[in-house]
Design a protein. Structure first.
Length: 238
């Protein structure tokens, strides 16, 4: 997962390093994720908005996008119909706001795990492992995430592309910095590596967090996945 930029205490390898490969992909213009939102100025207003978003998360997860309705979101929030429209103009707007919330939650969880690991002086591979575990811990509290993300194509295929390409770009930039500054990572296109690790995170977390009744990653699976991450980052031994 994307690791925050920082300075660890490990000694860098000496000697001239080969420049890390750079991804050739270009950033896509943002229509959704970077849209500025008018944040309520009072704590009561922020709490009301969160309550509506929580009700929307329940509805979209349970009914899907087409079958979910503003009326049901309002009913579950316990608020008046007019209150909903003080915060959101439509079902699509609250859905995209929910996607932005998920996106930020994923970034914040992985960065906090990475920052803790860097503060302990761990190397880049262990930083990645800790960031991924932090994401899994966050996901255990947001088990509806995968179901909601799977609805993005129905709303707008561009939303799906923007979501994953934006996350991959942040991830690839972090990997590229580590290839340049820290060493120890294999010399591959950082965007390819980012998408590879994102795919692994997605399906492993679906299997053991979304689909499993326990709703959390078993320690044995976490250890095995950490070894897989380390292998992907370091590459095959020459």
């Amino acid at each position: 997962m994307p690791a925050a930029k920082g300075t660890g205490t490990k000694t860098k390898p000496k000697g001239r390093k080969k420049a890390a490969k750079k991804s050739t992909s270009r950033a896509r213009p943002s229509r959704y994720l970077l849209k500025e939102e008018a944040e309520p100025i009072t704590e009561r207003g922020r709490a009301t908005r969160r309550k509506i978003l929580e009700a929307a998360e329940q509805c979209f997860s349970e009914f899907g996008y087409s079958e979910a309705s503003v009326a049901e979101i309002v009913r579950r929030s316990g608020l008046a119909q007019g209150t909903f429209y003080n915060y959101f103009d439509s079902k699509k707007e609250i859905f995209t706001a929910l996607i932005r919330s998920i996106y930020q939650g994923m970034l914040d969880s992985t960065r906090s795990g990475a920052e803790r690991a860097r503060g302990e002086g761990l190397d880049r591979v262990e930083v990645e492992v800790q960031a991924t575990q932090s994401f899994f811990d966050w996901l255990a509290e947001h088990r509806n995430m995968h179901r909601i993300l799977n609805l993005m194509d129905e709303v707008d295929p561009e939303l799906t592309i923007e979501y994953f390409s934006s996350f991959a770009r942040v991830y690839a930039e972090s990997l590229s910095r580590s290839m340049d500054e820290e060493g120890g990572l294999q010399d591959v296109d950082p965007e390819v590596l980012a998408y590879f690790l994102m795919g692994g995170n997605e399906y492993v977390s679906k299997r053991w967090i979304l689909w499993d009744d326990a709703g959390k990653m078993p320690p044995r699976i976490s250890r095995d996945f950490a070894r897989i991450i380390a292998g992907a980052l370091r590459g095959a031994s020459s």
